[in-house]
Design a protein around this ligand. Structure first.
Ligand code: HEM
Length: 125
C-alpha cells in the first residue's frame, strides 16, 4: 500500500494538466472518437473550458484541492449516445497517456477502476 494520494501520484496540478492535454490530443487522433472532439478545435474557448473541467474533475476525484464545477457525468454526456466501443477507446487513450507520463501500473489500475465505475453514467445517456 502506498500512503501518497492518487492526486500526488498523478503528479499534482502540473501532472494532471499535462495528462489532460495529452488525453484530449489523443482523443482527437483516435479514429473511433475523434469526430466527437474535432469540432472543439473551432471553438478554442469552449475547449479550454472543457479541459479546465477535466482537470478539476481529476483533481477533485483523486484527493486534490480543486473543486469540480462542471456538469454531472450524465448531464455532460446527455444526448451523445456514446457506445461501448467509444467508451473503451477513450479508456485506451487514458491508459496510454498514463503510461507515457510514467505513472506506475498500480496507479493506472486505480484510475482505470474509477473510470470504469462511471460507465453507466456516461453510456447511452
Ligand atoms: C471515463 C470516461 C469519461 C470521463 C471521466 C469523462 C469526463 C468528462 C468531463 C469531466 C467533461 C466536462 C463536463 C463539463 O464541461 O461540464 C466531459 C465532457 C465531454 N465528454 Fe467526457 N468523459 C468520459 C468519456 C467520454 C467519452 C467516451 C466520450 C465520447 C466518445 C466523451 C465525450 C465528451 C465530450 C464531447 C465532452 C464535451 C461536452 C460539451 O462540450 O458540452 N466523454 N467529459
Amino acid at each position: 500500500m502506498t500512503s501518497t494520494t492518487l492526486y500526488e501520484r498523478l503528479g499534482g496540478e502540473r501532472g494532471i494538466a499535462e495528462l489532460v492535454e495529452d488525453i484530449v490530443a489523443a482523443h482527437m487522433q483516435n479514429p473511433r472518437i475523434q469526430a466527437r472532439f474535432l469540432p472543439y478545435r473551432e471553438d478554442p474557448a469552449r475547449l479550454e473550458e472543457v479541459k479546465g473541467h477535466l482537470r478539476d474533475f481529476l483533481s477533485a476525484g483523486s484527493g486534490g484541492p480543486h473543486e469540480y464545477r462542471g456538469r454531472s457525468m450524465p448531464e455532460a454526456h446527455r444526448g451523445m449516445n456514446i457506445d461501448e466501443a467509444e467508451y473503451m477507446a477513450a479508456l485506451d487513450d487514458i491508459l496510454a497517456a498514463l503510461d507515457r507520463h510514467g505513472i506506475d501500473p498500480q496507479t493506472r489500475l486505480e484510475v482505470l477502476g474509477i473510470a470504469y465505475s462511471l460507465k453507466e453514467e456516461i453510456l447511452h445517456v
